[in-house]
Design a protein around this ligand. Structure first.
Ligand code: ADP
Length: 605
């Protein structure tokens, strides 16, 4: 019998859940089924175990008839002992089968969720940059973890609970009808009469508990706001003590009302349960006794005892099945949410007949490129330029003009809306993605290092690189001096996101990482935030020689970087408005001149 409060909050839907009820279609069910299908054999075995365990668990109730009739009324000690031992035996057996069932159940549930997690992770890895910039990270993590955990619950408990309950009810009903049809009917009618009020009382209690929780949250909010150092200062300075007291007092009053009603709802709940639980057996004794005494029905004392016992066994399953709809809706909502993620289109994919060239030279061409992150808000407009292999170009312009966006189009973090980006003369959308990305190296403004050692971070780009290669890359990136001064050298831990290194050191580690990747095209997105001049010089010394060894695009904010490029493109509001050499651009008296006057010249001086 369920205790007061029963299965609590899980038995009722919240308003939010009611409003977002998932649409259950044949496709959805088939799709869910497709995840169960690989485990059909195991599922059938579970079904068999459930049937066995439910049957064996009801047998003792049925055996009470024999105990009463043959043992007690028949005054046979040997029969009594026989049935008692049998009864204990099947109880043990039923429990042992239950253990096997739980094991198999959790095995199936874990394997199904294992499959789903892997599929989800693989799918998310294919999603474009656009997805990760717009979806909230919390949402992504929730779907990967708690939603899929929910599926595990559904498979391991909801499905089997439903089965167990249904099977128990069916077997109990059959056993009852075999004893006496009229009494069986009576018993079956009584059960829902008990279960329904239980549910109603449970719901009232649940609503009150929720209200109390909400009120409690409000009270905590007030306490946090007003009883903190700065909150109290605000209250005092604005003389709002009385106002805050009144606010607190009124919520406090609401709370005690709710708490009293909540405890009384629990009280009434118990009255309802025990009354109805008492009525059932008494009715059966009354009617059964009447049939036996007055009508001479073919009924024994044992039969009536069995019927009473079986009705008692039905309350639990009926009660649980009444909240079945709730569990069903929740489960479907879970699957719907997960499938929603599976169905998100992968917008940047390898072309079916993708070209894999033998080698990369590093030519880049933008031809009338147009691009927008959101429809109707064009970020790049008619961008055209050419970068010959081995040369370098600097892109300058006010912040937000679209410089980073331009370079993100080259390794296809995003795809153009119009025009095209060519790499070695081929549209990047026709090239093999792995080839393209392995030949484009970007050193981003915000360097991302994994929490691990410097070595781990370097090996991420080239897992097979040997010690000598690592050291050479670090030397070229001008970070080797720093590393060799560390006690643990390359095995120095960089901390979460590389927090244990300074901005400049992180940049140089990431340059070394790119060098190990050895791309044909190097893109360097210079940090806007000022580094100290020593760090800047160290970075400058690292990139300067590199620029001359391969094709490079430099998003530059410092004159020294700009001057090292073969050509300068000035971008404003998504257009290239000026291009050429430093000297000519300064003389032009346009945007470049302005940037030069306000930013670069100071550095120059
Ligand atoms: P820059 O590198 O020149 O500072 P960006 O290319 O970073 O400029 O950004 C150009 C414009 O695009 C900005 O207005 C910025 O707000 C917008 N933008 C950048 N990334 C996104 C994004 N993922 N989604 C929507 N808008 C973006």
């Amino acid at each position: 019998m369920p205790g007061p409060g029963g299965r609590g909050a899980r038995s009722f839907l919240t308003e939010e859940e009611k409003q977002n009820k998932p649409k259950v279609t044949k496709e959805l069910l088939l799709r869910i089924f497709s995840y169960l299908k690989p485990y059909t054999k195991q599922l059938l075995l579970v079904l068999l175990l459930i049937i066995l365990s439910a049957t064996f668990s009801l047998l003792p109730s049925i055996l009470t008839g024999k105990i009463v009739d043959e043992g007690l009324i028949g005054r046979s000690l040997s029969a009594l002992i026989r049935y008692i031992l049998l009864s204990l035996g099947v109880t043990l057996l039923s429990n042992l089968i239950g253990v096997a069932e739980s094991y198999l159940n959790s095995w199936i549930a874990q394997h199904i969720t294992y499959d789903m997690r892997n599929a989800m992770f693989a799918h998310l890895q294919k999603m474009s940059q656009q997805f990760f910039t717009s979806a909230s990270q919390g949402d992504i993590i929730t779907r990967m973890t708690s939603d899929i955990d929910g599926v595990e619950m559904v498979v391991s408990s909801t499905f089997t609970n439903i089965l167990t309950n249904v099977i128990t009810l069916v077997i109990a009903a059959i056993a009852m009808f075999q004893k006496n049809a009229l009494l069986a009917l009576l018993g079956i009618v009584i059960v829902p009469l008990f279960a329904l009020p239980t549910r109603a009382a449970g719901k009232t209690r649940w609503t009150l508990t929720r209200d109390a929780q909400a009120t409690n949250d409000q009270i905590n909010g007030i306490l946090n706001e007003t009883l903190s150092v700065s909150g109290q200062m605000l209250v005092k300075l604005f003389g709002r003590e009385q106002y805050e007291y009144d606010r607190y007092e009124s919520l406090n009053k609401k709370m005690i009302g709710l708490r009293i009603r909540e405890s009384m709802a629990g009280r009434w709940f118990r009255v309802v349960i025990s009354t109805f639980a008492g009525i059932g057996p008494m009715l059966l004794y009354l009617v059964g006794g009447f049939l036996m005494i007055k009508r001479g029905a073919n009924l024994t004392v044992g039969d009536i005892t069995v019927l009473v016992a079986l009705v008692g066994r039905m309350y639990g399953p009926v009660n649980q099945l009444l909240s079945f709809q709730v569990e069903w809706i929740r489960s479907m909502a879970l699957f719907t949410r997960i499938f929603e993620y599976y169905d998100m289109p992968v917008d940047i994919e390898n072309a079916p007949d993708a070209i894999i060239p033998n080698s990369a030279r590093g030519n880049v061409e933008f031809s009338h490129v147009g691009f927008a992150y959101e429809e109707g808000k064009p970020i790049l407009k008619d961008i055209s330029f050419k970068l010959e292999a081995g040369h370098s170009v600097a892109i300058v312009g006010p912040s937000g003009s679209g410089k980073s966006t331009m370079v993100n189009l080259i390794p296809r973090l995003y795809d153009v809306d119009s025009g095209c980006v060519l790499f070695d003369g081929t549209d990047v959308r026709k090239l093999d993605l792995a080839f393209l990305r392995s030949n484009v190296g970007i050193v981003t403004q915000e360097t991302y290092l994994f929490n691990g050692t410097i070595r781990d971070n370097l090996l991420y780009a080239a897992p097979d690189a040997d010690e000598a290669a690592l050291i050479e890359a670090c030397k070229k990136a001008n970070i080797y001096d720093f590393i060799s001064k560390q006690e643990t050298g390359l095995d120095t831990v960089v901390g979460n996101r590389g927090l244990k290194l300074s901005g400049g050191e992180k940049q140089r580690v990431s340059i070394a990482r790119i060098l190990l990747k050895d791309p044909a095209l190097l893109i360097f997105d210079e940090a806007t935030s000022a580094l100290d001049s020593i760090s800047e010089q160290a970075i400058q010394d690292a990139i300067e020689p590199l620029i001359h060894t391969r094709s490079s695009i430099l998003i530059a904010h410092r004159l020294s970087t700009i001057l090292s490029a073969d050509e300068i493109l000035v971008v404003k509001d998504g257009r290239i408005i000026e291009r050429g050499q430093h000297k000519d651009l300064v003389a032009l008296g346009g945007v470049y001149t302005e940037l030069y006057e306000t930013q670069f010249k100071i550095e120059d001086d």
